[in-house]
Design a protein around this ligand. Structure first.
Ligand SMILES: Nc1ncnc2c1ncn2[C@@H]1O[C@H](COP(=O)(O)OP(=O)(O)OP(=O)(O)O)[C@@H](O)[C@H]1O
Ligand SMILES: [Mg+2]
Length: 478
């Protein structure tokens, strides 16, 4: 998907793409470690901040409450000495109060007009200050986190102001904050260690798988990925291994098929050469001899004037010519039955089976051809050759007493069945041996037309099934 389109096109949001491009620059290990580190840092800092804020608020409110309580208590105690104008007594009470309470800074008794009549400081501060406001202003500058509370002294004897600092408590809060930060650091370090271990565990089989795919892509089909566990990655490795197994098997099948084809081709070329030699021999020994005797008889006919001899030579020439014609016709028929072209598969098979009966009188042969119309010449030739080879095999190898040929149409396909009741054989064994050129030839022819050929065989006989789809336009060899 493009990140953005220019001109008037629709603008795609570039952010997801940019993020993907950015994230894609890092390895899985870096990404996982980065995420763990980020999460622990955010979590740790967030918790620390929350705890610190809550503790600070608590400290402040506690301190104020404490200051109020102490101030009220002291106000009660100083009421009598004030009434008796016993300033020393008042100061002594104030000194006791600031000395006996932690976090105290000062205590002061002031009149209604703000003039201080007695005071006590924890730090022994002796700086004079006439009014309460002056003392408060000065102490606010000197003491950080000062909390001052004023309560009235009954009955109408002025104000008691008590000051406390949160420095000690804030230091405790700082200590807790530091501990939390150290804990965050420790958790982060443990998280990074765990993430490193986890990514190592996760990426190790993936890296192994990638290495194996490289080997396979370079042609090493013996390479297999290690299946470390039964998790998703293990399942992926298993799936990859079975894919490579399939690939190896199909490579082997292709190589075997290729080998068989090469062998078949060699045998076919040999067979063609043999056939040519046979035809040459027949032409030489049969047709050649007949034509020689015609030539000789014609020469003799030319020289003689005797009517009986002329009749004899003429008869000899006729006989030899008829013989030659017969031989030439047979040769032609063997090369390619013209009846197949002229009258179709059914008639050609009828004639072939009739000749088969003459050649092999010990085998009862019958043919049933149920074809409403002519088929394409390619299909007719293929089926004729398949039946021819199957019946030749019956005659040569089966020892059968009967053979039947059945041809018919079935759901868009034309089907030929050749069944004998002979001794049978193991088709897989013969095919695997690579020697069965005849059977391979049948299979090749049928498969060229997109069909299939099956052979079933047992002790009671053999059946060859050939099936070819009718809508075929492939040109097959004759
Ligand atoms: N109908 C059958 N009954 C018994 N055995 C058979 C039959 N058909 C084939 N066979 C066996 O299968 C083998 C292979 O047959 P295939 O036709 O491929 O070769 P072939 O007939 O020996 O030689 P060619 O290549 O000349 O045909 C035969 O040698 C034979 O042993
Ligand atoms: Mg054969």
């Amino acid at each position: 998907m493009p990140a953005a389109t220019s001109g008037k096109g629709v603008l795609a949001d570039p952010w997801p793409d940019r993020f993907k491009a950015f994230a894609g620059r890092f390895s899985v290990r870096t990404k996982i470690i980065g995420i763990v580190l980020m999460l622990t840092t955010i979590l740790g800092l967030g918790i620390t901040w929350q705890v610190r804020t809550a503790m600070s608020t608590l400290v402040e409110s506690e301190l104020t409450v404490r200051a109020e309580t102490i101030a009220l208590e002291v106000a009660v105690h100083v009421a009598d000495p004030i009434a008796e104008r016993d300033t020393a007594g008042v100061v002594s009470i104030l000194d006791d109060a600031v000395a006996s309470h932690l976090d105290s800074v000062f205590a002061a008794v002031s009149r209604a007009d703000g003039i201080i009549i007695a005071r006590a400081f924890t730090d022994g501060d002796g700086t004079p200050g006439a009014t309460l406001d002056e003392v408060l202003a000065r102490k606010a500058d000197e003491v950080p986190g000062l909390h001052a509370v004023s309560v009235p002294i009954e009955p109408d004897a002025g104000l008691l102001t008590y000051g406390m600092t949160d420095t000690r408590l804030e230091r405790t809060v700082d200590g807790v904050t530091l501990q939390l930060l150290l804990t965050t650091l420790l958790v982060g370090a443990i998280g990074v260690l765990a993430a490193t271990l986890l990514t190592w565990l996760l990426t190790r089989p993936i890296v192994d798988l990638v290495r194996t795919t490289h080997k396979v892509s370079q042609g090493d089909l013996s390479a297999r990925a290690a299946v470390a566990a039964e998790d998703e990655i293990g399942t992926l490795a298993e799936a990859f291994n079975s894919m490579v197994n399939e690939l190896e098997t199909s490579r082997a099948v292709v190589a075997e098929t290729q080998q068989l084809r090469t062998r078949l081709l060699e045998r076919l070329i040999d067979a063609q050469e043999e056939e040519r030699k046979r035809i040459a021999r027949e032409l030489h020994d049969g047709v050649g001899q007949s034509l020689t005797s015609i030539m000789l008889a014609a020469g003799l006919l030319e020289q003689t004037e005797i009517p009986d001899e002329r009749d004899e030579y003429t008869a000899r020439i006729r006989e030899a010519s008829a013989d030659t014609l017969k031989q030439v016709r047979r040769l032609g028929r063997e090369l390619r039955p013209s009846v197949l072209d002229d009258l179709g598969l059914a008639a050609a098979l009828d004639r072939y089976v009739a000749e088969f009966r003459l050649r092999c009188p010990e085998i009862t042969a019958e043919v049933h051809c149920h074809l409403p119309d002519r088929l394409s010449p390619t299909i007719e030739t293929t089926l004729y050759r398949v039946v021819q080879e199957a019946m030749t095999n019956v005659a040569r190898h089966s020892g059968a007493r009967t053979v039947s040929v059945l041809i018919g149409l079935r759901m868009g396909t034309v089907r030929a069945i050749v069944e004998d009741n002979g001794n049978g054989f193991d088709p897989d064994l013969k095919r695997a041996s690579g020697e069965s050129v005849g059977i391979h030839g049948m299979i090749e022819r049928v498969e060229l037309l997109g069909g299939r050929l099956d052979i079933e065989s047992s002790d009671h006989g053999t059946t060859v099934y050939a099936e070819v789809p009718i809508s075929v336009n492939t040109a097959a060899p004759t």
